[in-house]
Ligand binder design. Structure first.
Ligand SMILES: Cc1cc2nc3c(=O)[nH]c(=O)nc-3n(C[C@H](O)[C@H](O)[C@H](O)COP(=O)(O)O)c2cc1C
Ligand code: SF4
Length: 552
């Protein structure tokens, strides 16, 4: 982090979380789609930051930037809706009810199981909801989506936890133990982060715990940006207390009194459900000062994001909360040393945190007994609309991928050639490889893929892979934070090449493409630019027959 942004973190920290610049910008954009000049000027004065800082922040986000002004309805342009081929018909139908200027795009609404997804009047819709567009426009009707929820093995997260009064007994029991004892359980569990990188959670909590500071934060990364993933959405909406209790336990272990839930703006329902769940905790006096007479203080703040994939990267996320332009920060210092407002901060994924109640109730050893030696516990998998039973499935780590696809998902409903697993930066798995993989970090890594957040986007036989690769480069170009040039420039050069090869006689020079991939992989600051080459290389390796026509 450079000195300038460090100073801005301090400045932002003076105001704290209660009234925060990022949130205020979102509030002033509500209704019109972008904050006006007057509102920006007022906030700039109030928060003592420069004009360029506020403008730089506003223009970064899909839902704050001036181009968003006047938008009334948004079509999901995520990978799953694209390969399902539902976007064109949906846009055409919406075009009958809204002017072209009123229709925007969002990515992704987490309705990958039903497709035809769109956002209107602050609510999400999918499936055949677009046939009722007049009602939606007039009455802002709620039309619920439907997906399967299942498990095989030990249900940890999908298990119903009943009434919160009884469920939170797990947390009250934690308060009778020392933070060290709880940390030992976590260490014994072997829990690794579910957000993509698979980093040890106990290590993170331990290092935050060891930094002396009066103020510390537990930040839940609920930005679930990977198109195709909706397992965090499932937890936020169906298991909110597993997540909130997980954050409280993490707070007790590290000595943090503040929990921030950063939820993507594309999940409006999740924001409301989490806010309600926090209020339910307040009523039960389970949060606040000296919870139930103990020495433990804890409270939550919910932050609604404004549409930027890179805000899922943990350091960009912290800058986002601070109201800065969300550029990735150079590490070290790590967030556990200097995170939100330069204070020690733990950032964990929704699913990671939601495992803590089970670990504290059943013990770390019981958790470690599930799954494999290096990938303990279970994993949620999101299956898209190409499956006969699309939905969220929880399986023990180490479960054969074939079992997930055939027994839980019910197989494909039309011929599929590849699955993009683990988000846009995950590997492209040809169907011929299914039997070689088990659902755990090591199996995927050993085969040259990535488990990531375990979302599955299918690519049907009839979908051109060259078009899919162009989509990945375009996605990266749109989402790049611009901090480092391999990603900022390379993503654009990539889609230009792929587009030209489809629309003209131009053939891509293989050496040039390989150079580009190597530069992205070795020269990028974060895993957006650094991760893009993986699916591209997989495609070049396994689908040469289909792709060679586009290369010299
Ligand atoms: C481009 C990019 C996007 C990311 N998006 C997310 C996300 O949406 N949710 C998430 O939990 N982690 C995301 N991550 C990973 C986070 O940086 C971080 O590793 C994670 O929140 C740590 O939590 P965990 O240890 O519980 O997995 C992303 C990383 C990158 C590079
Ligand atoms: S790789 Fe891309 S997103 Fe990551 S820091 Fe560089 S420019 Fe930003």
């Amino acid at each position: 982090m450079n000195a300038m942004s460090k100073n801005l973190s301090e400045l932002s920290g003076r105001k704290g979380l209660d009234k925060n610049l990022f949130e205020e910008l979102g509030i002033s954009a509500d209704g019109s789609g972008s904050p006006g000049t007057e509102a920006m000027e007022k906030l700039r004065e109030e928060f003592l930051v420069g004009k360029a800082n506020v403008y730089g922040t506003v223009t970064f986000y899909d839902f704050l930037k001036p181009e968003n002004k006047g938008k009334k309805v948004y079509v999901c342009n995520g990978s799953a809706c694209m390969t399902a081929g539902t976007q064109e018909a949906l846009s055409k139908e919406l075009g009958k009810h809204y002017s072209a200027e009123e229709i925007g795009e969002m990515c992704c609404l987490g309705r990958c199981h039903e497709n035809s997804a769109f956002h209107a009047g602050g609510k999400n819709y999918s499936g055949d909801a677009f046939t009722a567009i007049e009602n939606i426009k007039k009455e802002n009707a709620i039309i619920a989506d439907h997906y399967q929820v299942g498990s095989m093995g030990t249900p940890i997260i999908t298990k119903d936890y009943g009434e919160i009064k009884e469920y939170y007994q797990v947390f009250l029991n934690c308060l009778n133990k020392t933070p060290e004892a709880l940390l030992d359980e976590l260490k014994a569990s072997g829990l690794r982060g579910r957000g993509g990188a698979g980093f040890s959670m106990a290590f993170k909590l331990d290092s935050c715990r060891n930094v002396k500071s009066d103020i510390k934060f537990i930040v839940c990364n609920a930005d679930e940006g990977d198109p195709g993933a909706y397992s965090d959405r499932y937890i936020l909406e169906q298991r909110p207390h597993a997540l909130l209790m997980g954050m409280m336990i993490a707070g007790y272990i590290t000595g943090a009194a503040h929990g921030v839930v950063y939820i993507r703006g594309e999940y409006p329902e999740s924001v409301t459900i989490i806010q309600d769940a926090i209020e339910a905790l307040r009523k039960e006096e389970l949060i606040g000062k000296r919870v139930r007479g103990s020495g433990f203080d804890f409270d939550f703040k919910v932050i609604k994001a404004q549409g930027a994939y890179i805000c899922g990267e943990e350091t960009a996320l912290l800058s986002s909360i601070e109201g800065q332009r969300p550029e990735v920060r150079v590490r070290p210092p790590y967030p556990t040393q200097q995170g939100l407002f330069n204070k020690p901060t733990v950032v964990n994924n929704v699913e990671t945190l939601a495992n803590l109640p089970f670990i504290m109730q059943e013990g770390g050893k019981a958790f470690a007994a599930i799954g494999t030696e290096k990938s303990t516990g279970t994993k949620l998998i999101s299956l898209d609309g190409f499956f006969n039973r699309p939905g969220i499935y929880e399986v023990n780590m180490g479960t054969p991928l074939r079992v997930v696809i055939d027994e839980l998902g019910g197989g494909f409903r039309q011929p599929v050639k590849a699955m993009h697993i683990g988000g846009p930066l995950g590997g492209l798995v040809p169907v011929a490889k299914i039997d070689e993989l088990t659902v755990d970090f090591d199996s995927f890594a050993a085969a040259g893929f990535l488990l990531g957040h375990a979302s599955v986007v299918c690519i049907p036989e009839n979908f051109p892979l060259i078009k899919y690769l162009e989509h990945l480069f375009r996605f990266t170009a749109h989402e790049s934070c611009g901090k480092c040039f391999p990603c900022r420039l390379g993503s654009t050069r990539g889609y230009e090449m792929l587009e030209k090869a489809q629309s003209t006689e131009y053939k891509i020079d293989r050496r040039l493409m390989n150079d580009l991939l190597e530069t992205l992989e070795t020269g990028s600051l974060c895993a957006l630019g650094g991760g893009l080459p993986l699916p591209v290389k997989n495609a070049l390796k396994y689908f040469d027959e289909e792709l060679k026509a586009y290369f010299a």
